[in-house]
Write a protein that binds this ligand. Structure first.
Ligand SMILES: O=C[C@H](O)COP(=O)(O)O
Length: 335
């Protein structure tokens, strides 16, 4: 271990995250922690391929995993045609994500299953507040000029402050892709740190927009910098890039989360987002998290799906499960 690593480790080794809401305080910028990273594309893809090998997961376990997945969804609407009534419907679904008759058939009628959060644009925070009244479901707002982030930093910080003041307790920020492309890591660190400060007590999820980052090595470095600057979660995508969450890119990010935890004691969460619409995909991600980070990451405080349509497919698959019409294609979720 390098001297710097030793120093950081000694400074933070007594820290344990007692509650899910304990924050990542970040660490001072130190490029020596990541400058020699070179993530080999084929090795990453080989490793990811092992996760999509054919495995049989018992049907009842699949059902339990799907319920777990539901509790980890940031139920999202980020469309140009969002309206108050869409958002209110979304909130009703977040509070009762699975039909009662399905839960009854599963013997889970009294289980309090809700989604991890709802995720909306700033203008709909007030509607989400109304829709979620009486529940503890957090409101996540996308901020900082989502999705491209190409507005001055001062305005991005103002947006964060306004969203927090309006009632968002989770803020999804976007990184400046040009800083990542130019490898200007110190400026990226300063920007993400400023966003973190603007978030106050709100949890901050930092979106890397990996579909616009050309190499896995840069994805790993951007992940390091975002965590060092105090991100509580790192998130793959806005859902608006041409390529959104993929298993190989997730593997790279998850491994940096593991290394950062080993170094500092802080547990940073992970949020794959964009294009995750099938129950089968959700199980692949849960398995990835379980294998790479362990069971303690398998909860909504450290893992979320950013998804607008995933819940619908999970509900359909659970209906098939209770009616015995489980689709053949679903029997092997890892295939
Ligand atoms: O962060 C969430 C994404 O914008 C949702 O993407 P999706 O509509 O492809 O599920």
């Amino acid at each position: 271990m390098s001297n710097t690593k030793m120093k950081v480790k000694n400074k933070t080794s007594n820290k344990t995250q007692k509650s899910l809401h304990q924050r990542n305080d970040g660490i001072p910028f130190d490029s020596s922690l990541f400058e020699d990273i070179n993530v080999n594309r084929s090795a990453v893809e080989r490793r990811a391929a092992t996760l999509s090998g054919r495995r049989s997961v018992k049907k009842e376990w699949q059902a339990a995993w799907l319920l777990k997945a539901v509790s980890c969804i940031d139920l999202t609407t980020l469309s140009g045609d969002d309206t108050e009534s869409n958002v209110l419907r979304l909130c009703a679904k977040a509070k009762s994500p699975i039909r009662l008759d399905i839960l009854e058939s599963m013997g889970m009628k009294d289980a309090n299953i809700q989604t991890g959060a709802v995720c909306v644009y700033h203008n709909f925070i007030k509607d989400a507040k109304k829709g979620l009244k009486g529940s503890a479901i957090p409101i996540a707002a996308v901020s900082t000029g989502f999705p491209a982030g190409n507005i001055p930093l001062k305005e991005r910080l103002k947006q964060i402050e306004l969203s927090v003041a309006a009632g968002a307790t989770e803020i999804d920020i976007v990184v400046s892709r040009d800083l990542v492309l130019r490898s200007d890591w110190k400026t990226l660190y300063d920007e993400v740190s400023a966003c973190r400060k603007a978030c106050g007590d709100a949890h901050m999820k930092t979106i890397l927009a990996t579909g616009e980052i050309p190499t896995y090595t840069k994805v790993a470095k951007a992940s390091w910098v975002s965590m060092m600057a105090g991100s509580d979660f790192i998130k793959t995508s806005t859902g608006k890039e041409p390529v959104n969450a993929t298993i190989p890119v997730s593997l790279v990010m998850i491994r940096t989360i593991r290394e950062y935890h080993e170094l500092t004691g802080y547990k940073v969460g992970f949020k794959p987002a964009g294009g995750i619409g099938k129950a089968k995909q959700a199980i692949n991600w849960l398995v990835l998290i379980k294998e790479e980070l362990g069971d303690e990451w398998l909860n909504p405080d450290l893992f979320r799906f950013g998804a607008s349509s995933l819940l619908g497919d999970i509900e359909r698959q659970l209906e098939h499960y209770v009616t015995g019409r489980y689709s053949a294609s679903f029997r092997h979720p890892m295939a």
